[in-house]
Design a protein around this ligand. Structure first.
Ligand code: NAP
Ligand code: F7E
Length: 350
C-alpha cells in the first residue's frame, strides 16, 4: 500500500487529492495547521477515528514555516509521495502579507526540499515530490503560456511561486531528486475559498436569487483566466508523479474567459442580470494585475494523457447549483428566526 503525505490537505485541492488517493488505495497523511477553531471542514467526510483499523487517512500538526516539525512528520509517515499544496494562496493577500507569503510559499518549499533530502539520505528511501506551482508565475507574459514561457510574476505570491519552482528544479539537478513542478492554471469547485472571484460570484448569485443579498462588489472585471475544475487537476498531479522521469507540466483547459464572462454565465444561469447587482470597488483592484492567462497543456496531454474533462459552463453551473443550495439552507434558517453570520463574504481583501 503506497503512502502519500499532503501539505495543504485542508484546502480545496488537498481535499480532492486526498479523495483521489484514497480511492486509488493509498494511505493518506495530511499536514494541518493548529487553529483555535476547526479548519478541517473540507476533509471531515474522509476522516475516521485513527483507532479504527480501517482508517487510511491521518492528520499531523505541522506548518511550512516550521522545518523541524516537517522533519518529524516525514520520519513518522515515511511517505512514498509528497504533494506540496500548502500555501498562502491568495494573490491580493500576498500584497498585504508579502513577507509571510514568501516565508510559506518560497522558503516553506525550500524547508520541505531540505527535510526530504536529509530524510532520503538517512533512510536510503526514494520519495517523490510534487510542487504546486502557478500560472501566476507567468504574470505579464502574453498568452498562450506553456512550459517554455518566461516567468514575469506580478505579485509577491507569483514571485514566491517562481522561487519555489526554481528551488525544485535546482534540487532535481543538484541532488537527482524526483521533483515535479506543476504549473497550475486557475481551478475552482464548490469547495473553492469564498474570497476567490469565482466563488465570490457564485455565492452572491445564489444569495441574490433568494433575496438574501442585493449587491456584489468586485474589482477588475476585464481580467481573463483559464478556469478549470479542481477535481480534474488533482489527477494531473498524481499522473505526473507516476512517470519514469520528473518534469514540469502546465495544467490548464486552454480556454480563457473574462470575469465578465463568468458573471454572464453564473447570473444568466439563474435568470439574473449581473449589471443590476455588481459594483466595482477600488479596494479589490490589485497594485499590479495579471491580465490574460490561457494555458497550453499540450505537454501534459502528450506525456500524461491528461486533459480537462469539465468545461467552463459546466464548472460555473456546478458551483452555482451548490451555492444556490447553500443559500436555500440559509434562507430556511433565517425564516425560522435564526441569525446567520457569513464567513469570508465581503471580507477586506477578497
Ligand atoms: P487553498 O484552498 O488556499 O489551500 C491552501 C492550503 O494550504 C490549506 O490547507 C491551508 O491550511 C494550507 N496552508 C496555508 N498556510 C500554510 C502553512 N504556513 N503551512 C502549511 N499549510 C498551510 O489553496 P488551493 O486552491 O487548494 O491550492 C493548492 C495549492 O495549489 C497551493 O499551493 C496554491 O498556491 C496552488 N495553486 C492553486 C491554484 C488554484 O487555482 N486553486 C492554481 C495554481 C496553484 P488552512 O486550511 O489551515 O488555511
Ligand atoms: O482572481 C479579478 C482579480 O483571486 C482572479 C489563486 O488560486 O489562481 C488564483 O489566483 C481575477 C483577478 O484568482 C475580484 O483581479 C475581480 O484578475 O480568483 P482570483 P487569481 O488571482 O487568479 C492562481 C492560478 C493561483 O495560483 C492562486 O493561488 O479576478 N477580480 N474582482 C477579483 N478577484 C478577487 N479575488 N476578488 C474580487 O472581488
Amino acid at each position: 500500500m503506497r503512502i502519500a503525505l499532503v501539505t495543504g490537505i485542508t484546502g480545496q485541492d488537498g481535499s480532492y487529492l486526498a479523495e483521489f488517493l484514497l480511492a486509488k488505495g493509498y494511505t493518506v497523511h495530511g499536514l494541518v495547521r493548529r487553529s483555535s477553531t476547526f479548519n478541517t471542514d473540507r476533509i471531515d467526510h474522509l476522516y475516521r477515528d485513527p483507532h479504527d483499523p480501517q482508517a487510511r487517512a491521518f492528520l499531523h500538526y505541522g506548518d511550512l514555516t516550521d522545518g523541524t516539525g516537517l522533519r518529524h512528520v516525514l520520519e513518522r509517515v515515511r511517505p512514498d509521495e509528497v504533494y506540496n499544496l500548502g500555501a498562502q494562496s491568495h494573490v491580493m493577500v500576498s500584497f498585504v502579507q508579502a513577507e509571510y507569503t514568501a516565508d510559506v510559499v518560497a522558503t516553506g518549499t525550500l524547508r520541505l526540499l531540505e527535510a526530504l533530502r536529509d530524510h532520503m539520505k538517512v533512510t536510503g528511501r526514494q520519495v517523490r515530490l510534487y510542487q504546486a506551482g502557478s500560472s501566476e508565475m507567468f504574470g505579464a507574459s502574453p498568452p498562450p503560456q506553456n512550459e517554455q514561457t518566461p516567468f514575469h510574476p506580478r505579485s509577491p505570491y507569483g514571485a514566491s511561486k517562481v522561487a519555489a519552482h526554481l528551488y525544485a528544479v535546482n534540487y532535481r539537478e543538484a541532488y537527482g531528486m524526483f521533483v515535479v513542478n506543476g504549473i497550475l492554471f486557475n481551478h475552482e469547485s464548490p469547495r473553492r475559498g469564498e474570497t476567490f472571484v469565482s466563488r465570490k460570484i457564485t455565492r452572491a448569485a445564489g444569495r441574490i436569487k433568494l433575496g438574501l443579498q442585493e449587491k456584489l462588489y468586485l474589482g477588475n472585471l476585464d481580467a481573463r483566466r483559464d478556469w478549470g475544475f479542481a477535481g480534474d487537476y488533482v489527477e494531473a498531479m498524481w499522473l505526473s508523479l507516476q512517470q519514469a522521469e520528473p518534469g514540469d507540466y502546465v495544467v490548464a483547459t486552454g480556454e480563457s474567459r473574462s470575469v465578465r464572462d463568468f458573471l454572464d454565465e453564473a447570473f444568466g444561469y439563474l435568470d439574473l442580470d449581473w449589471r443590476e447587482h455588481v459594483f466595482v470597488d477600488p479596494r479589490y483592484i490589485r497594485p499590479a494585475e495579471v491580465d490574460h492567462l490561457q494555458g497550453d497543456a499540450g505537454r501534459a496531454r502528450e506525456k500524461l494523457g491528461w486533459q480537462a474533462k469539465v468545461g467552463f459552463r459546466e464548472l460555473v453551473r456546478m458551483m452555482v447549483d451548490h451555492d444556490l443550495d447553500l443559500a436555500r439552507q440559509e434562507k430556511t434558517l433565517r425564516d425560522a428566526g435564526h441569525e446567520i453570520f457569513l464567513r469570508g463574504v465581503g471580507s477586506g481583501h477578497g
